[in-house]
Design a protein around this ligand. Structure first.
Ligand code: ASP
Length: 327
């Protein structure tokens, strides 16, 4: 039997990070080339053929449209190539959930696409990157990974793109999966799926757009006023995501300004709280004010979905709400 052929797309991040010393806190994300990083795999005897392609060497706080376009095109090419088993994307952890969700929304689920990162730079003591990479290779190589959409492999957990969320700044166990838990547990020696794929359908949910519109996240805080809403409209935002308090709440003057804004651009209420579902019409009259509830999506992923919806010309509030209900 021939080994699986895995396209490895490098973008940088801590997994390719290079530290001042093995024990220092300071490091440069993306300091190592993909080739140098994959050189660290020698000796792991991975039963897979890796085909490296460097897309970027950056911290994922700088990722955006040019890198997303390159990643989407490379993944689409790999999905169409019968010789490729699947894709691993090495990525910084800060925005891994956004890239993963964007690709999940816009690519078919046929072959596995796995994002992998690390919390410790490649040359730090106790570095987690190569273990995470070996785990990712095991996931992509498993025929049962097909049909599950884009996944994130971190700390021996396999998380679905729409559930994964970075919840700690530096802990090795930084990712949470909400509202569904991890879909599998993986180690370099073993992989256990916890059930059948829960992604619905194999086709891409949305077309890849020609550009993404400017959509901003407005963070709610006690005592704030409505001026930031006006400022966002003033700079031409095509949509606003509220990172609200609790159930997606904000002071009455802010909700009133958002309702006014919703006459012209879509406004989504999400929560700044780490976990929880923002439902419609709980403390805010979404029906009356024309607002959309983010449901299980946190602010970062709600923004990704809103950008994709607007770019696909979906502007009807009911249709948008249905997309958020589906996650
Ligand atoms: N700032 C880094 C990044 O997202 C953090 C990491 O990779 O863990 O690229």
């Amino acid at each position: 039997m021939t080994n699986p052929r895995i396209l490895v797309l490098g973008t940088g991040g801590t997994i390719a990070g290079s530290a001042v010393s093995a024990t220092s806190a300071a490091y440069q994300p993306g300091g190592l080339s993909l080739e140098a990083m994959l050189g660290n795999l020698a000796g792991l005897e991975l039963a897979a053929e890796l085909i490296p392609q460097e897309v970027a060497q950056i911290g994922s706080q700088d990722i955006g449209w040019p890198q997303w376009q390159a990643l989407h095109a490379a993944c689409a090419g790999a999905l169409a190539d019968p010789a490729i088993t699947g894709v691993i994307i090495t990525h910084g952890t800060d925005t891994a959930e956004e890239t993963a969700f964007l690709l999940d929304l816009t690519l078919p689920a046929g072959k596995p696409i796995v994002l992998v990162g690390a919390m410790r730079p490649a040359d730090a003591v106790g570095a987690d990157g190569m273990r995470n990479f070996a785990n990712a290779a095991r996931v992509v190589s498993d025929p049962a990974a097909a049909g599950r959409g884009v996944m994130l492999v971190m700390g021996d957990g396999v998380l679905a793109a729409r559930d994964a969320r970075k919840a700690a700044t530096s802990s090795i166990d930084a990712f949470k999966s909400f509202p569904r838990g991890a879909i599998a547990r993986v180690t370099p020696a073993r992989l256990d799926w916890f059930g059948p794929p829960h992604r619905v359908g194999e086709k891409a949910r949305f077309a890849w757009p020609e550009a993404l519109p400017r959509v901003a996240i407005l963070a709610a805080g006690a005592g704030m006023d409505e001026q930031p809403v006006k400022a966002l409209l003033g700079i031409g935002c095509k949509g606003i995501v509220l990172a609200g308090m609790g159930q997606g709440n904000a002071p009455a003057c802010v909700i009133a300004a958002l309702a006014e804004a919703a006459a012209g651009v879509p406004v989504v209420r999400s929560s700044r709280v780490d976990e929880g579902i923002v439902d419609r019409n709980v403390e805010v009259d979404d029906d009356g004010l024309g607002l959309i509830a983010a449901r299980a999506l946190g602010p970062a992923k709600a923004r990704v979905l809103l950008m994709v919806l607007i770019a696909n010309g979906i502007t009807d509030t009911g249709q948008m709400q249905a997309a958020f209900d589906a996650g």
